[in-house]
Each structure stands twice: as structure tokens, then as C-alpha cells.
Design a protein around this ligand. Structure first.
Ligand SMILES: Nc1ncnc2c1ncn2[C@@H]1O[C@H](COP(=O)(O)OP(=O)(O)OP(=O)(O)O)[C@@H](O)[C@H]1O
Length: 282
């Protein structure tokens, strides 16, 4: 069942001025409940613009967007939309403003009108989901945390709302590889355990290979491809023409195949490639 439906969506910034920019041009797609859906595309292809339609920050210039059955243009549904769709922006740590990490993560649940015990339960749960210890960080200022921990605290603030749809715009950019992977693992677990629909905007094809059920490729505001990662990576030449690459593991396997080595054609991730090469070398 689709939880996000985008029909012929067009978005024009600064419409009717000399600075007019068509950032989305007739995009249609559907994202299913519980799906892990990735969105990739070169810089300026329209990814952030698309995501910002999902909780009503931006309104369509043309076309329609429904999220959880709600028309995002309907201003009366805005509160309900914010409750059900969690959006983690690029550099979410800039959204932190309370005196303690606890209060920051509690901000959303308190706004929902939950009582103190429920708020506390949500904060502890959300901090746990991003791998932060509430006893360690709860009472300190978010500004005393390192950049990576601050980002996790900001993401916890969105998770504390327990959104049905979690849209993350480059959440792991700038994190070290271990933290990156842990964060994605936790988000994927959330999806499996709670049925959360995850939309990930990323520049990392490795992340797409590891986590996504399906991936959409945007190019100059248009939907250029949409398929399972494997099928998209099979179109390596087209991807390169759009300014994108394929994961290093896929590149390596294509290279080995070209040299006549008997490697499997369905390798997508570095871990799989290492296993495959070990088999050949045996
Ligand atoms: N507030 C704005 N006003 C005018 N133009 C904008 C605005 N925000 C984005 N744009 C333009 O819309 C187009 C799409 O931008 P968008 O940020 O959605 O792309 P993106 O794919 O998310 O890029 P990136 O990977 O760099 O984050 C770009 O040409 C951008 O310059």
C-alpha cells in the first residue's frame, strides 16, 4: 500500500520572477509502507525540494502529493502531517536549541501533549535508537557534544515523534564510517520492527546498495530511473552520464568480469565483493 504518492509534481522556485528555477518537473512516484526507498541525483537535481513536499514545507506548483492519505497542500492537515512525517534535514544539529539533550529530544513529544512519563519513555527510547546513553548525555547541553553526537541527538528528536514516515536528507554526511553504518543499521531496524517507511536522500551508492529496496534517480528535476538497486547499477554507463557512479564493489566486479574471471554478476556491496574475491583466490 503506498504511503507516499506523488503525481505529476512540479515545483518552481521564485515563480514569475527573473530568478525562476524549475526544480521538479512532472515527477510521479509511489513509496510503499515499510519500504526503504533511496533518492539519489547530482547536486541540484531536486532531491531536497522533493522531500520538503512530504511534510508540507513546500507546496506543489503543479501536481499532487499525498502522504499517509493526506493531501499535503491542505493546510488544515499540517499538524497531523508533522506528527506522522519526520524530516531530518541536512545538518540537523542546527535545529538544536534547548538547554539539555533531554529537553531537545522531549520538545516534539511535549508539543504532542503527552504526559511527563510518556515524554520520558519516548526520549529514552529515541536516544537508545541512535545509540546515545540517556544517563550520559541527557543532562548536558547539546552544544557540548561532538558534531557526530549532536547529529544523533537531533535525529533522536525526530524519532521521538514516532513518525510513520522518516525522511532523511543526507543524515550520515560527515559522520565517520562506523557511526554512519551504525546509524543506518538502527534506522533499518526501526523500519523492520515498527514498519516505519524510510526515505533516504544520499550521495552514497554504497548506502543505496546496502539498505535500499528501491532507488529513484533524479536528474535536473526529472525522474530518470526508479528500480531495485541491482537494476539501476546494471545501467552504469547511464548513471555516469547523469554524474553518478556505481558502488566500488560493482565497478570492481565489472572489471574482473571483463578480464574473464568467473565472478558472480549480482555483487553490490564491498563485503560481498571481498567474499567473492576470497573464493576466487582459494
Ligand atoms: N529556496 C530556493 N530558491 C531558489 N532556488 C532554489 C531554492 N532551493 C533550491 N533551489 C534550486 O532548485 C534546484 C534543486 O535544488 P535541491 O536543493 O532540491 O537539489 P538537491 O538535489 O537536493 O541538491 P544537493 O544534492 O546539493 O542537496 C537547484 O537548482 C537549486 O539551486
Amino acid at each position: 500500500m503506498p504511503v507516499i504518492e506523488v503525481e505529476n509534481l512540479t515545483h518552481i522556485y521564485a515563480r514569475g520572477t527573473p530568478f525562476e528555477v524549475t526544480s521538479l518537473d512532472n515527477v510521479s512516484l509511489e513509496i510503499q509502507r515499510g519500504e526503504f526507498y533511496a533518492l539519489v541525483g547530482a547536486t541540484g537535481s531536486g532531491k531536497s525540494t522533493l522531500v520538503q513536499h512530504f511534510n508540507g514545507i513546500l507546496a506543489p506548483t503543479g501536481g499532487k502529493v499525498w502522504v499517509c492519505g493526506m493531501d499535503v497542500s491542505n493546510k488544515r492537515l499540517r499538524q497531523e502531517l508533522w506528527r506522522r512525517v519526520g524530516l531530518v534535514f541536512q545538518q540537523p544539529e542546527h535545529q538544536l536549541f534547548e538547554e539539555t539533550v533531554f529537553d531537545d529530544v522531549a520538545f516534539g513529544p511535549r508539543n504532542l501533549g503527552l504526559n511527563a512519563a510518556e515524554v520520558r519513555e519516548r526520549v529514552i527510547d529515541a536516544l537508545g535508537l541512535v545509540g546515545l546513553d540517556p544517563d550520559e548525555v541527557g543532562q548536558i547541553s547539546p552544544f557540548r557534544l561532538s558534531g557526530g553526537l549532536r547529529r544523533k541527538a537531533a535525529i533522536a528528536g525526530v524519532l521521538a515523534l514516532r513518525p510513520e514516515v522518516l525522511a532523511l536528507d543526507e543524515p550520515a554526511a560527515g559522520l565517520d564510517p562506523v557511526s554512519r553504518r551504525q546509524l543506518m543499521e538502527r534506522i533499518d531496524r526501526l523500519r523492520m520492527e515498527r514498519g516505519t517507511t524510510v526515505l533516504l536522500v544520499t550521495h552514497s551508492m554504497e548506502e543505496v546498495a546496502l539498505w535500499a529496496d528501491r532507488v529513484a534517480v533524479l536528474h535536473k528535476g526529472r525522474l530518470a530511473m526508479e528500480a531495485a538497486p541491482r537494476d539501476v547499477f546494471n545501467r552504469a554507463e547511464e548513471l555516469r552520464a547523469l554524474g553518478l557512479d556505481v558502488p566500488a564493489a560493482v565497478e570492481l566486479m565489472l572489471c574482473l568480469q571483463a578480464r574473464g574471471l568467473p565472478v558472480r554478476a549480482d555483487i553490490l556491496t564491498t563485503d560481498e565483493a571481498v567474499g567473492e574475491i576470497a573464493k576466487i583466490l582459494k
